[in-house]
Design a protein around this ligand. Structure first.
Ligand code: SAM
Length: 358
């Protein structure tokens, strides 16, 4: 019998890895503190306030000083705020304020942590799915997954959808200005639908999602923003949403979540006007695993384990493209459904943008 040799451990590499892991441990727990800071308005109260003591921040936000002091120390240790030992004052730098305190900034990350912490509530279910291979639908997650997802993606849509992605489509911007019909499929809470309704008031937009709770929240938001005359929402799966003759069908970060993306693509094709356009926004990804071994790919593969892959596996067909599908797989889905034209029309650090035409 062959004698197994103990692997040689390089102590320097071990220490380097443990150093990395301790940073990740702090970051993991700090995710909860980011959510608390976001929900209680702690970052917002610090933004532009200059150096501040824990008592002042507690007074400003109606919170308990002892908790605030501990929270501030964690933020200072992580480089989220600065600390001056001479004055015992903490300050939120302008760059951190942009990322943590300004919901409308393109750099806002508060929603990402609402999404991440809500996602992790499904650990027991997903752990079981690893053994059984069963799916776990979007609707089975904590609602914070849906609300956090909307806040996670909205800054990117605000920054790109109307200024860059729509103009990159062949002839679509003009149609929307004059008055077009649009189906925003897999719309979630409808961040993209609301943006289009605001930018193109003569167009009629309907957002569809199979998840009723998301659609209820989307309707509320449209009412609050005074858009209900031109923006409707309805519960419907991508394979069966009602209506035909659409000038534009959009799918934002959801095609890969579907069990039967080819079936959905076929349905989009028959729902489009003959010269209509399908806008597909997907997470940025290369075609091969090795192209995605970077920080963005890591975050998307992790979310994909909990959200995208189980979502697809919970539905008919269960193709399970995953969040890192890449252009080639999306191209194959689109052309399998009979679309004759497919091209990439945009790219951001987080998204790839495609145009498909019948
Ligand atoms: C990552 S979220 C994106 C939501 C929204 N488009 C956005 O960008 O904020 C994926 C969405 O796809 C929806 N979804 C998954 N499978 C679907 C299907 N077969 N038909 C319609 N919607 C679906 C989920 O309910 C969820 O709202």
């Amino acid at each position: 019998m062959a004698v197994q040799q103990a692997p040689v451990v390089d102590q320097d590499k071990l220490m380097a890895f443990l150093g990395q892991v301790i940073g990740e441990l702090g970051a993991t727990v700090n995710a909860g503190l980011i959510v608390i800071g976001d929900k209680l308005g702690l970052y917002r109260a610090m933004a532009g306030a200059g150096p501040i003591t824990s008592s002042e921040l507690a007074d400003k936000t109606g919170t308990a000083e002892r908790y605030i002091r501990e929270w501030l120390n964690a933020q200072a240790a992580g480089g989220f705020v600065t600390y001056d030992p001479a004055t015992k004052r903490y300050e939120l730098p302008a760059e951190q304020a942009m990322a943590l305190a300004d919901e409308n900034s393109p750099a806002f990350v508060g929603g990402a942590f609402e999404l991440a912490t809500a996602t992790l509530k499904s650990i027991p279910h997903i752990q079981e799915s690893f053994k059984t291979g069963a799916g776990f639908g979007w609707h089975e997650h904590d609602l914070g997954v849906s609300t956090g997802c909307e806040r996670f993606f909205r800054p990117g849509y605000n920054a790109n959808l109307v200024s860059t992605w729509i103009p990159a489509l062949d002839g679509v911007e003009e149609k929307l200005r004059v008055g077009a019909t649009v189906a925003d499929v897999g719309c979630g809470l409808g961040a993209s639908s609301r943006l289009m309704a605001q930018a193109y008031p003569k167009s009629h937009i309907t957002g569809f999602d199979y998840h009723k709770e998301s659609i209820d929240l989307a309707k509320q938001k449209a009412r609050t923003e005074g858009l209900s005359d031109r923006l409707k929402f309805d519960v419907a799966p991508a394979q069966k949403f009602p209506g035909t003759g659409y000038d534009l069908v959009t799918m934002f970060d959801c095609l890969h979540d579907m069990g039967d993306p080819v079936g959905a693509a076929r349905h989009v094709r028959q729902a489009l006007a003959p010269d209509g356009t399908w806008l597909i926004v997907e997470p940025i990804a290369g075609d091969s695993v090795e192209q995605n071994l970077n920080p963005v790919g890591r975050a998307y593969y992790a979310f994909s384990n909990f959200l995208c892959t189980p979502s697809s596996l919970s539905q008919d067909v269960g193709l399970a493209l995953g969040a890192q599908a890449g252009q080639k797989k999306i191209h194959d889905v689109v052309t399998a459904a009979g679309f004759t034209r497919f091209r990439k029309v945009g790219e951001t650090p987080f998204n790839l943008v495609y145009e498909a035409r019948p």
